[in-house]
Design a protein around this ligand. Sequence first.
Ligand code: ZN
Length: 170
Amino acid sequence: MQCNNCGGTYIEISDDYKFESLIAGTLWAPDIHSLRCSRCTNRLLAPGEHKKILDYVRDKESELISQQPISHFISAGEAASMLAMTKQAFSKNKKIIRGFILFTVIDDRKYYLKKSVEQFKLTGDGRICLVVKEEYSDPLSWGDYSGKIIKFRQKEPIETTIPEGAFKYE
Ligand SMILES: [Zn+2]
């Protein structure tokens, strides 16, 4: 496979990828394979590696949510009444199903983070940041999951785009 930029040869490398998570802040997905052109700075993610990055991010986010104090969570019924919804409307809400309200699962039941429910009520998006944010020098790197968010840790940073809908909250 030749570089589509300069015709050079790709070499496969393994590296950490940076991902700016709305919920968990800066994450580094370890051991991600990509192809680097030996002549120019062109780099490509190896097939399947997008999914590996997104799985890593999803795990880290879930872990972080589950570490919040238990007293900060409310039941689905309480969350529904905070949003002035019936329990049925709450459980069928597409955004909520997609993870726009942060939740954790305890004994097979979902419990919702109260702060996230409040944020959802205000803005329709309850994905709040659960870590202290660092100063981000690059506003581009802080944003939507479908945006330009992944960069190399080393030298010439590259940006790559995750296809729309590749990251689904379930
Ligand atoms: Zn090249």
